[in-house]
Write a protein that binds this ligand. Structure first.
Ligand SMILES: Cc1cc2nc3c(=O)[nH]c(=O)nc-3n(C[C@H](O)[C@H](O)[C@H](O)COP(=O)(O)OP(=O)(O)OC[C@H]3O[C@@H](n4cnc5c(N)ncnc54)[C@H](O)[C@@H]3O)c2cc1C
Length: 342
């Protein structure tokens, strides 16, 4: 065995798993495909639902410092887990270096004498009795949104990646009502943009935070068809609203805000019919944590809690004690896509 516990994904869930594992004396190797830990947190300017944290970058820095102090965890940045194999007595994780890695910003890999294997060889395999999979979710592309037409071949940026200066003083057609809209509105009260948010009815429950924002116009639609256009010309779209009315929407630019889809590595990670990977359905050596578990529980605090639980699950299993890996309900939501994101 290379270590006591392998952890795939260096977001809040994976990092919490590493710290919890160390607290009970388990060595771990954490594999993160990005060039820094907690990349998602670095893009959240304002946080209001996490104890002691008010913004993502500071929280990411604090977590990075915690991991740097964690002698029992070796962090391998810039490596993607491509395959998980689970056997009766062990799990194996195949990892590949990520070629586009730019720099190592926060945590240098910590080598300990006990670390038998190095993760730095192309296509190498790491072996341990248990693995925590905490790879989070990725953005849902327009091809996964059945209500959206005319998007093929159009390069539409993601709302959560957009520069606020590009939005200011403009009319923006936001495609989908996923939660990054609330993040943008909360983080930039000074923005004078008009945000026309076209969304399928299934997204209505996500609009609570922004529905009273005077900059936002919500349009619940059955169908939206973008008209052909160029990047520089105003955007126009034909919509059929949920009431059956036909309307034309015009905007200076269009941004995607469709939701997210789970991003597990290939192999032994079991997904339910919505594509998410509930802890209770996994091989005894595989523990899932964070956003990957469920369409509904996608929050920083729940990711951390579930990461800690996953590591404790592995610890109790190593002692031969029964573990409960029930996790949140798994039958919520439809297929990945229209209900993506929490
Ligand atoms: C715009 C935006 C705003 C948000 N605002 C809030 C908020 O205000 N409050 C809140 O509670 N939550 C918020 N969230 C949600 C929050 O970011 C997530 O719930 C949280 O980050 C989930 O943690 P995680 O560890 O499960 O996944 P992630 O943070 O996504 O971490 C997963 C990690 O795994 C890595 N990875 C993926 N695949 C592989 C692989 N094959 N091999 C190796 N590494 C891999 C990724 O690079 C990533 O670093 C927001 C999300 C977004 C996008």
């Amino acid at each position: 065995m290379d270590t006591d516990l392998l952890i795939v994904g260096g977001g809040p869930a994976g990092c919490a798993a590493a710290v919890m594992a160390a607290s009970v004396g388990m060595r771990s190797v954490l594999i993160e495909s990005g060039d820094a830990l907690c990349g998602a947190l670095r893009r959240i300017p304002v946080v209001r639902n996490v104890l002691t944290a008010t913004n993502g970058p500071d929280l990411a820095a604090a977590i990075g410092a915690d991991l740097a102090r964690c002698d029992l965890c070796r962090v391998e940045l810039g490596h993607r887990a491509t395959l998980i194999d689970a056997f009766d007595d062990r799990v194996e994780v195949t990892i590949e270096p990520v070629k586009t890695m730019k720099s190592v910003e926060t945590v240098e890999p910590v080598e300990t004498e006990e670390d038998a294997g190095s993760a730095r060889t192309a296509g190498s395999r790491l072996t341990a009795p248990y693995v925590v999979i905490a790879t989070g979710v990725g953005p849902l592309g327009p091809e996964g949104a059945g209500w959206l037409g005319g998007v093929a071949g159009r390069a539409l940026p993601q709302l959560w990646e957009a520069d606020p200066a590009v939005i200011d003083d403009r009319t923006v057609l936001v495609l989908g009502a996923d939660r990054p809209l609330g993040t943008v509105a909360r983080a930039h009260p000074e923005l004078r943009a008009r945000l026309v948010v076209a969304h399928p009815p299934e997204d209505a429950y996500k609009t609570e935070e922004i529905r009273r924002d005077p900059r936002v116009e919500l349009v619940a639609v059955r169908r939206l068809e973008l008209r052909p256009g160029t990047a520089s010309a105003p955007i126009t779209a034909e919509v059929e609203t949920v009431e059956g009315e036909r309307r034309a929407l015009t905007a200076d630019l269009a941004l995607l805000n469709l939701g997210s889809v789970p991003a597990p590595p290939a192999g032994a990670v079991v997904a339910d019919r919505s594509g998410y990977c509930p802890p209770g359905s996994q091989h005894p050596g595989v523990f899932t944590a964070g956003d990957l578990r469920s369409v509904r529980f996608q929050r920083i605090a729940t990711a951390m809690g579930s990461g800690g639980e996953a590591a404790l699950g592995a610890y109790y299993a190593s002692l031969g004690l029964p573990t409960e890996t029930g996790g949140p309900p798994t039958e919520v939501g439809g297929p990945p896509g229209r209900t993506g994101g929490g």
